[in-house]
Design a protein around this ligand. Structure first.
Ligand code: SF4
Ligand code: SF4
Length: 268
């Protein structure tokens, strides 16, 4: 599964084959201990940079180490973008699942883990307008949660899952992907090597902080994430210009990319 999965979801929602929900719509659900976390077994959990960041912080690891130890990293030649997913959840029981089926990293579980059985698909259009669709994920027979009579509105469910920040910061990342595709023609030049160059900006805040001498006292954790997303756009714009694409096509830049990036990461 990759980001095209989101595209497929959007298409299913548009065709009406996946029931769309609104924030005020109701559904019944409550997690049950008896199924011992079957949902965390052999499942693809896509992780955005913010997911990786807060999981890594919670575990006291660097983002890069978290990536190596717990994630699968891939480059999609179709989408021309890289994506990351939880390694162990896909190959068997998730490494973070405890013996009783509960989640060991529950407070920092990914946005997808936290809102199941409600899903959300986001698409940015060419003009950067955002389309957001909410839906009930396909019901799995073994999931006893659907048998509950506990009633929620989608809005209540999202509030209970505390997913707002995850969605907000995840959307910033999706917007970067959209910017690269729609404004910089990334389909024509993005490749695995360039995607790898982006890894520290996406998943290695700790490496960047050390390299550029930016402490958490100077720029807070969340603000540093926001600035990294901004820096991503600058870096991508410069790279695209070198290939003759985007708003700066053909321009020659003064100063190193690292210096330009440091400026953004320090001052926002
Ligand atoms: S009720 Fe469903 S979502 Fe909850 S732990 Fe069981 S299988 Fe997972
Ligand atoms: S991170 Fe937690 S909730 Fe998500 S798949 Fe793993 S054990 Fe389940």
């Amino acid at each position: 599964m990759s980001y095209s999965y989101k595209q497929e979801l959007m298409e299913q929602l548009e065709k009406g084959s996946l029931p769309e929900m609104k924030l005020k719509d109701c559904f019944t659900f409550e997690c049950k201990d008896q199924c011992m976390g079957r949902c965390c077994n052999s499942i693809t959990i896509l992780l955005d940079p913010w997911d990786v960041e807060i999981m890594a912080r919670h575990l006291g690891m660097s983002g890069q180490n978290f990536l190596t130890e717990y994630c699968k990293y891939d480059f999609s030649h179709q989408l021309k973008w890289s994506y990351v997913r939880l390694k162990h959840a896909e190959d068997g029981p998730c490494i973070f699942m405890l013996e009783d089926g509960k989640c060991k990293i529950y407070p920092v579980r990914s946005r997808n883990c936290r809102t199941y059985p409600i899903g959300r698909a986001v698409r940015f259009e060419q003009d950067n307008t955002k389309t957001e669709r909410i839906f009930i994920v396909e019901k799995m027979d073994f999931c006893l949660g659907h048998k509950s009579e506990k009633k929620w509105t989608v809005e209540e469910w999202f509030a209970d899952a505390q997913c707002e920040k995850f969605y907000q910061l995840s959307d910033m990342y999706l917007e970067v992907i959209n910017y690269a595709a729609s404004q910089l023609n990334s389909q024509d030049w993005m490749n695995e090597n360039i995607a790898r160059m982006m890894l520290p900006l996406l998943y290695g805040p700790d490496v960047l902080r050390v390299k550029l001498g930016i402490s958490e006292e100077t720029v807070s954790h969340e603000e540093f994430y926001r600035r990294r997303m901004k820096a991503m756009k600058v870096v991508l714009t410069d790279i695209a210009a070198g290939f003759g694409f985007g708003p700066k096509a053909g321009e020659v830049f003064s100063g190193s990319l690292m210096e330009r990036m440091k400026g953004i990461l320090l001052t926002g």
